[in-house]
Design a protein around this ligand. Structure first.
Ligand SMILES: C[S@@+](CC[C@H](N)C(=O)[O-])C[C@H]1O[C@@H](n2cnc3c(N)ncnc32)[C@H](O)[C@@H]1O
Length: 217
């Protein structure tokens, strides 16, 4: 079931990729990225490794790389065509790289990243708990996860089927996001409204795990 959904999403985003950075998406996504950046706190003087899951055409990583001159960014995406666009418009080689893979099974080592981002991609994930587990695994202790997506609001239920978007999309309330995070060992730092129903949730991996505290006491 998950494999079928991922294959369908790949087809949809491969088709969308050549036109993704035009018109509506440009204005909407750029506004969201800009507002997100006002909440991001990264060390400015070190080569901070960061990850963008469902990176699309790589616009957020390019903004981050411009703001943090030593940042090392990795973009992960299912869609080869989205990645083709991202590589073509990569303005910060070799600091930014783009890798094919699913957010459910990330091709990265444990504790590799200081921060992880997801902008308007989480709603496509058929197994959100698995994605949170992967985020918890690849983040360094003290690392942060910035999740930006539509939240449940007004008449929008938890699950929507939108024709042409390769299967269901899911919307999570702040409480549902927190439950997924806590199950993956992360704590919730804050929620901020970015644009209409688009909500930023900031999570953190504890600096010292409960297990290592027990081992050292
Ligand atoms: C609406 S686009 C958002 C792109 C980008 N984050 C942005 O803000 O412009 C959603 C992206 O998520 C990717 N995606 C969807 N499901 C995915 C999954 N399970 N693993 C990795 N990427 C996925 C799609 O291929 C697409 O590029």
């Amino acid at each position: 079931m998950t494999a079928d959904v991922l294959a369908a999403k790949t087809r949809v985003f491969d088709q969308w990729a050549p036109n993704y950075d035009w018109l509506f998406t440009t204005v909407f996504y750029q506004a969201i990225h800009q507002r997100l950046l006002s909440y991001v706190q990264l060390p400015s003087n070190s080569s901070t490794p960061v990850l963008d899951i469902g990176c699309g055409t790589g616009k957020l990583l390019n903004r981050l790389a411009a703001q943090y001159p030593q940042l090392q960014g990795t973009g992960l995406d299912l869609s080869p065509e989205m990645l083709r666009q991202a590589r073509r418009s990569n303005g910060h080689r070799p600091r930014l790289i783009f890798v094919r893979g699913a957010s459910e099974t990330m091709p990265f080592a444990d504790h590799q990243f200081q921060a992880a981002f997801s902008t308007i991609s989480f709603l496509h994930y058929p197994d959100p708990q698995q994605v949170f587990m992967e985020i918890g695994r690849v983040l360094k202790p003290g690392g942060q996860f910035y999740l930006v997506d539509y939240t449940t609001f007004w008449r929008l239920g938890h699950q929507q089927n939108v024709a042409g978007l390769g299967g269901p999309m899911y919307f999570y309330s702040p409480q549902q996001r927190q439950t997924l995070a806590v199950n993956a060992g992360l704590t919730c730092k804050a929620h901020h409204s970015l644009l209409g129903p688009v909500l930023l949730s900031i999570f953190q991996k504890p600096r010292v795990s409960v297990q290592s505290e027990l081992e050292t006491s």
